[in-house]
Ligand binder design. Structure first.
Ligand SMILES: *[C@@H]1O[C@H](CO)[C@@H](O)[C@H](O)[C@H]1NC(C)=O
Ligand SMILES: *[C@@H]1O[C@H](CO)[C@@H](O)[C@H](O)[C@H]1NC(C)=O
Ligand SMILES: *[C@@H]1O[C@H](CO)[C@@H](O)[C@H](O)[C@H]1NC(C)=O
Ligand SMILES: *[C@@H]1O[C@H](CO)[C@@H](O)[C@H](O)[C@H]1NC(C)=O
Ligand SMILES: *[C@@H]1O[C@H](CO)[C@@H](O)[C@H](O)[C@H]1NC(C)=O
Ligand SMILES: *[C@@H]1O[C@H](CO)[C@@H](O)[C@H](O)[C@H]1NC(C)=O
Ligand SMILES: *[C@@H]1O[C@H](CO)[C@@H](O)[C@H](O)[C@H]1NC(C)=O
Ligand SMILES: *[C@@H]1O[C@H](CO)[C@@H](O)[C@H](O)[C@H]1NC(C)=O
Ligand SMILES: *[C@@H]1O[C@H](CO)[C@@H](O)[C@H](O)[C@H]1NC(C)=O
Length: 467
């Protein structure tokens, strides 16, 4: 008899414990973050600035818009840092003998200086970069370095690139912690200052990455602390330089999206769906294909979304793709196919151009300068009449399917006659679109005598005309 009693009491105690655990896990979601930051006390009166790296030698007209340099933007952020700097990056290499690497060196020195002032620096990297000199040096100086093995979960890589400084300021964009992002590569990103409401949410993506450090499996259930705070149905309302805006962050791949987190693909869909007049897209690569170890298949989602916008909604679409000797030749087939959809449909307006810096790169051989890399436009954004999406992915199926990346969506209904980040990004797109680097076809013969590169690749693409 007493044994039965024992069992009953034990069962009751267990039930009670489970109940308590459930209550606490439910409380966990509405409570404050460890930093005392909550939806009620966060800053929503933010400043915003576009940042760009424009490689040396690229010339636009004098009236072309120009923005804060990426280097200056990053240094401003680091100069503001009083407590913490959190960085996720796809590359980690700030030192190189190339002359354009000096800004990378300055950035490295600044990070070291912050560490010597006991400012907490946390870095998230793909395990691929375990041997990175930069990461080793920073760790030795006191930074916390967290490695994620994305191959283990998804056969993927870390392509995310964002910063959080003092839980208040944010950078997100195409550039990673790599000397080239401050040197030969054309990059674009956005910085938001005094914006802890946005940090509240972006911090959770960072926390999710940290929670996976050296784990070989994704947990079956995510902690509620990692759930999204804002999404397409519940956007964060704030002011960006006085302009009322609605924002949210997105994340990829699906495997790393807890409840309510918007996937990057859905964030882009939402931006394209909201457009009423135009959609301008700038990416390095356009390839609607998934090509991973055991699998190659067509990935129709963004390609299809463009077709829908063109045919069913008469939205004007402009697609600016980067061209280099590395460009996958199938890009031109997909682009031709996309263009064909407008045939004999009135009001259907699609134009595609290739942003080609190869001549710039080639000529640096001719002048015998020590140019060890090619210049490339690595911008990754979408801008419409209503919204912008600035992210970490080019429009390649494999990335969206398997790699880790993040994005930021900003919707602005009305900015009156004030400037706004949407107007600025539209002007950046138009600057590039009408520049002499943007070409409707890629018919070109390099005009530098000592221009030597992979002849096979050149033969494949140099005489191809996509018109
Ligand atoms: C840029 O430089 C090229 C070559 O030096 C020149 O032909 C072109 O006119 C320049 N463009 C502008 C906008 O300055
Ligand atoms: C990452 O995970 C994969 C698959 O589990 C494993 O083969 C690989 O060795 C891991 N990489 C490192 C650097 O640990
Ligand atoms: C952020 O807010 C602080 C305090 O309100 C202010 O001093 C600072 O100038 C702001 N920063 C920017 C970039 O607006
Ligand atoms: C897929 O990847 C393999 C190996 O990298 C490559 O050989 C092949 O050409 C790729 N397929 C396509 C369609 O790009
Ligand atoms: C590829 O597929 C084969 C057969 O289904 C399987 O045995 C192998 O483990 C797969 N390789 C990878 C890397 O997924
Ligand atoms: C470029 O610089 C590197 C390192 O300083 C040097 O090893 C290399 O020989 C140089 N190349 C040319 C073409 O000058
Ligand atoms: C901007 O709009 C405000 C109010 O609508 C108006 O008073 C002001 O003159 C306008 N400024 C310019 C430069 O058009
Ligand atoms: C917002 O204000 C900052 C200065 O505080 C300025 O640098 C930036 O260009 C402004 N951004 C927009 C979109 O007006
Ligand atoms: C590329 O084309 C050139 C000229 O037509 C030819 O001499 C060369 O052999 C070709 N290279 C390859 C790898 O096909």
């Amino acid at each position: 008899m007493s044994q039965q009693k024992c069992i009953v009491i034990f069962a009751l105690v267990c039930c009670f414990a489970i109940l308590v655990a459930l209550i606490f896990s439910a409380v966990d979601i509405v409570g404050e973050d460890e930093d005392g930051l909550s939806e009620k006390n966060c800053q929503n009166n933010c400043r915003v600035a576009l940042v760009e790296n424009i490689p040396e030698g690229i010339n636009y007209s004098d009236s072309a818009p120009s923005h804060l340099s990426l280097f200056q933007g990053w240094m401003n952020l680091l100069n503001m840092a009083k407590k913490s700097v959190d960085i996720v990056s796809s590359q980690w290499d700030l030192s190189h003998s190339h002359p354009s690497a000096c800004q990378g060196k300055h950035l490295f020195d600044k990070l070291q200086e912050l560490l010597s002032q006991n400012i907490e620096i946390k870095l998230v990297s793909d395990i691929l970069h375990k041997e990175s000199r930069l990461l080793k040096d920073l760790r030795n100086k006191g930074a916390e370095v967290m490695y994620m093995n994305l191959t283990a979960y998804n056969d993927g890589h870390m392509l995310s690139s964002f910063w959080i400084v003092d839980k208040q300021h944010v950078y997100i964009g195409s550039a990673s912690l790599e000397w080239n992002s401050l040197g030969q590569m054309k990059e674009l990103g956005v910085i938001l200052y005094n914006c802890s409401c946005l940090v509240l949410d972006l911090q959770r993506i960072f926390a999710l990455y940290s929670s996976l450090k050296s784990k070989s499996k994704v947990p079956p259930i995510w902690s509620k602390r990692l759930y999204a705070v804002y999404n397409t149905d519940n956007k964060l309302t704030l002011k960006l330089n006085e302009t009322k805006s609605e924002v949210f962050v997105s994340n990829s791949p699906k495997l790393l999206c807890p409840k309510d987190r918007v996937l990057d693909i859905d964030a882009i869909f939402s931006v394209m769906d909201d457009a009423e007049q135009f959609v301008y897209i700038a990416v390095t690569d356009y390839l609607p294909i998934i090509n991973i170890t055991n699998e190659t298949r067509y990935w129709p989602y963004l390609d299809g979304k463009i077709r829908e916008a063109l045919i069913l909604r008469n939205i004007k679409v402009r697609l600016l793709i980067s061209y280099s000797k590395e460009t996958n030749p199938l890009t031109f087939n997909f682009v031709s196919s996309l263009k064909a959809i407008c045939t004999e449909v009135s009001g259907c307006s699609l134009k595609v151009k290739f942003f080609d810096l190869e001549e710039e790169s080639a000529c640096c051989f001719k002048e015998q300068k020590n140019c060890s890399t090619f210049k490339l436009n690595r911008n990754k954004y979408v801008v419409t009449d209503k919204a912008v999406y600035i992210g970490n992915f080019d429009w390649v199926g494999t990335y969206f399917n398997t790699d880790a990346g993040a994005g930021l969506v900003i919707n602005q209904a009305e900015s009156g006659n004030r400037t706004s980040v949407i107007k600025q990004l539209k002007a950046v797109f138009e600057r590039d679109w009408y520049s002499h680097y943007a070409k409707s076809s890629t018919t070109k013969i390099p005009n530098c005598l000592s221009y030597k590169h992979n002849q096979a690749a050149a033969n494949k693409t140099s005489l191809r005309n996509v018109n």
